[in-house]
Design a protein around this ligand. Structure first.
Ligand SMILES: NC(=O)c1ccc[n+]([C@@H]2O[C@H](COP(=O)([O-])OP(=O)(O)OC[C@H]3O[C@@H](n4cnc5c(N)ncnc54)[C@H](O)[C@@H]3O)[C@@H](O)[C@H]2O)c1
Length: 315
């Protein structure tokens, strides 16, 4: 039997602390030696694409295959299913809503990267692109450190205002007119847009700021200029994918322009920051095992809580 887990099932089941732990464990797990793979094809609409992503990680007796649709003008913009299979038999254990799994795994992995690289007292956060992924980054970040000031910028003012109202946490969030204004006085900048032109350049942030940029996850998508990436300490999640599909390749940079990966930083083999004044950047493309870590956590919690519907695909 396969357990069907909808978005609302997952929202009931997932909690930030368990998921942060699952994602952190994945980053520090012994490497399976299997290269992260994703197959992605552009579709006819503006910015539309489909991605097929198989996930495997040491320590979890299952694997995932995520089938995602990326349609920037739709709500949610990312949707599809995550298939969770038993590693020994291939049995289809669960089918999960990928909009929720993707947002949680992307947001919480980004929160871990941000917290590991930002200065210890950094509390003013600017969000550029007030959408689904940024919302989960902020939820994760608030579980890891004090966020005492929020600045929000979105090309859609209504989205920016409603994001600010949900995430300001009783304080007043500032709405910025554009990305540069949002970033100017921020300690931490979260960028999660569909942009294909750089939104931030060298000199747009003050000394010591940290930027986590999520939007450059397909060739041609870009949020940070080559000059900014060159001048900063850049950490990625996968060096090869950062060049073939991510921020480095689209900016014309190479693997040598990254100081290391977030796994290196979390294992303590590469520092996330080397001085209080340097600009640091975390630019992930998203790792396949993160879908598995999230799906497995949700599946275990669903079995315990008796949530979800059983369906027999082989009937
Ligand atoms: N790196 C990763 O691990 C990873 C994982 C999942 C999604 N993503 C990417 O993150 C991005 C955001 O995804 P989402 O699901 O949050 O989308 P979303 O549509 O929910 O949110 C994006 C927001 O950005 C705003 N926006 C677009 N262009 C902007 C600009 N130039 N300036 C300011 N705001 C702008 C939109 O109005 C929207 O509110 C996408 O590019 C997606 O492909 C990355």
């Amino acid at each position: 039997m396969t357990l069907l887990l909808s978005g609302s099932d997952l929202s009931q089941l997932l909690d930030v602390t368990s998921c942060l732990n699952a994602i952190r464990d994945g980053f520090t797990a012994v490497s399976s030696g299997i290269e992260a793979q994703r197959v992605s094809t552009a579709l006819p609409g503006p910015g539309s694409a489909t991605a097929l992503i198989p996930g495997l990680v040491e320590g979890i007796p299952a694997y995932t295959v995520k089938v995602n649709a990326k349609f920037p003008a739709s709500r949610p913009a990312l949707r599809g299913v995550v298939c969770l299979h038993d590693i020994a038999s291939g049995e289809l254990l669960a089918l999960l809503d990928s909009a929720t799994v993707t947002a949680w795994r992307t947001g919480l992995a980004a929160a871990i990267g941000t917290d590991a690289m930002a200065g210890s007292a950094a509390g003013t956060v600017a969000v550029i692109g007030a959408g689904t992924q940024a919302g989960l980054v902020l939820r994760g970040l608030k579980a890891l450190r004090l966020v005492d000031r929020l600045v929000v910028c979105d090309v859609d003012p209504a989205r920016g205002s409603s994001f600010a109202a949900v995430h300001a946490g009783g304080r007043t969030a500032v709405i910025a007119a554009d990305a540069r204004e949002a970033a100017r006085d921020a300690d931490i900048v979260i960028v999660a847009t569909w942009s294909r032109v750089p939104l931030l350049d060298d000199g747009d942030m003050g000394p010591g700021a940290h930027v986590t940029a999520l939007g450059a996850d397909e060739p041609g998508k870009t949020e940070l200029s080559a000059a900014l990436l060159r001048s900063a300490r850049v950490i990625v999640d996968d060096t090869r994918l950062a060049v073939t599909s991510g921020a480095l390749g689209t900016a014309g940079l190479s693997a040598g322009d990254a100081a290391g990966t977030l796994a290196d930083v979390l294992r303590g083999t590469v520092p996330g920051r080397t001085s209080d004044s340097e600009i640091t950047i975390y630019a992930p493309v998203g790792l396949p095992w993160q879908d598995l870590a999230l799906a497995w956590t949700a599946y275990q919690q669903a079995l315990r809580a008796g949530i979800g519907r059983h369906f027999d695909f082989l009937a």
